[in-house]
Ligand binder design. Structure first.
Ligand SMILES: NC(=O)c1ccc[n+]([C@@H]2O[C@H](COP(=O)([O-])OP(=O)(O)OC[C@H]3O[C@@H](n4cnc5c(N)ncnc54)[C@H](OP(=O)(O)O)[C@@H]3O)[C@@H](O)[C@H]2O)c1
Length: 347
């Protein structure tokens, strides 16, 4: 870091996650001397809130950065993240492109920050559904181990991108005004007033979606335990922002609901909202706009003596993406992992 701070690139700066990353870098006072927004050629020259002007990605424009926060999809990350690294930056990537690569740490700030130390240029931010779940599971895992997870997600449309948000709003508006809806584009079927057991895509020959596979593979990688058995069903619901998850946690040692509540109350990044008789439990509409992970409905699974059921909710664009990316940049700074590789800025 030069005396005035780091030079930071935000790639995908015009998108939902990118916009929030710019906001969070400012709000949280990240020590930046310059923040440069990048997006596709469509947006080059566009002035963003705060007066920053969008640039295009080129060999010249990517030189001289200390850190680059990416949220522009897997193919852009595949092409440009290694180039940023070669030019001296550390990349924190929101896409799924690098997450399962062995030499790429997959990091959640509250769960496995130590994994950052072994980075070789690219650090992956987990999938949004995995992110919020492992923040809540980590204290239970440390206390009692985890043998098996059975997960059902209720995922918001903003997880698919801006176009899906517009599609839900357009369809809802049309249906409320008794008009025909346009043929669906973001999803295989109408999303308004519906629930789709199809979040993500089906790869040929796989009866699970890639979103379900991400939950399984990423959870095991972050918790560093390949022995956890995981069953997942990911469902897209007509919610704008905030993913909800019903999670059945079978522990290795006995863990009472009371002890789980205590552990979660002490856990970083977690708030327990668990007074069901007073209708107090986490909900997507309350979590939207918040940076934390909210847990409630903690109870014994009557079907298994070592299993608990719980309900986990978070803002998929914040803790599920932008907040964790900025927290990782902060941790890289605190751990002295930024700047050492940096090249001098072009004159
Ligand atoms: N939404 C979530 O809950 C969530 C959670 C975790 C991770 N993610 C990941 O974060 C990424 C972005 O998600 P989002 O919801 O923010 O999507 P989005 O709102 O659709 O934004 C996409 C961004 O990528 C830019 N972009 C597209 N093609 C590009 C290219 N060829 N070169 C440079 N920039 C390009 C877009 O620029 P233009 O405006 O110029 O098109 C825009 O800034 C995805 O990889 C997604 O998987 C999203």
């Amino acid at each position: 870091m030069s005396s005035e701070g780091y030079r930071v690139a935000v790639v995908g700066a015009t998108g939902q996650v990118g916009t929030l990353m710019l906001e969070l870098l400012r709000e949280r006072g990240f020590p930046a001397r310059e923040v440069v927004p990048f997006a596709s050629e469509r947006s080059v020259g566009r002035e963003l809130e705060g007066g920053l002007v969008v640039r295009g990605l080129s060999e010249e424009s990517i030189q001289g950065f200390d850190v680059a926060l990416f949220s522009a999809g897997g193919s852009t990350s595949g092409e440009w993240a290694p180039r940023f690294v070669e030019a001296g930056a550390v990349v924190v990537d929101n896409s799924s492109r690098w997450r399962m690569q062995q030499d790429v740490p997959l990091v959640v700030s509250e769960v496995n920050a130590q994994a950052l130390d072994a980075h070789s240029g690219i650090i992956a931010n987990p999938n949004c559904s995995t992110m919020q779940m492992v923040v809540a599971l980590k204290p239970l895992y440390d206390a009692a181990g985890i043998e098996r997870l059975v997960i059902s997600t209720y995922q918001a449309v903003s997880g698919t991108g801006k176009a899906a948000v517009d599609e839900l709003l357009d369809q809802s508006h049309a249906l409320l005004h008794e008009r025909e809806i346009q043929p669906p584009a973001a999803y295989a079927h109408q999303i308004a007033f519906n629930a789709l057991p199809h979040a993500g895509g089906f790869a040929p020959g796989d009866d699970h979606t890639d979103e379900e596979r991400k939950l399984m593979n990423e959870t095991r990688k972050i918790l560093g335990d390949q022995s956890i058995a995981i069953s997942a069903t990911c469902v897209r619901v007509p919610v704008l922002t905030g993913h909800s998850e019903a999670v059945n946690v079978q522990t290795r040692e006995d863990l009472s609901p009371e002890r789980a509540r205590e552990l979660l109350r002490e856990a970083p990044g977690v708030s327990v909202l668990d007074e069901p008789e007073a209708a107090v439990y986490p909900m997507a509409v309350d979590a939207a706009g918040q940076d934390g992970v909210f847990v409630g409905r903690i109870r014994r699974d009557p079907g298994h003596e070592r299993a608990l059921d719980m309900w986990i909710v978070a803002d998929n664009l914040r803790k599920g993406a932008a907040t964790n990316a900025v927290q990782l940049a902060e941790l890289l700074h605190e751990r002295g992992l930024l700047g050492a590789r940096s090249m001098p800025s072009p004159a």
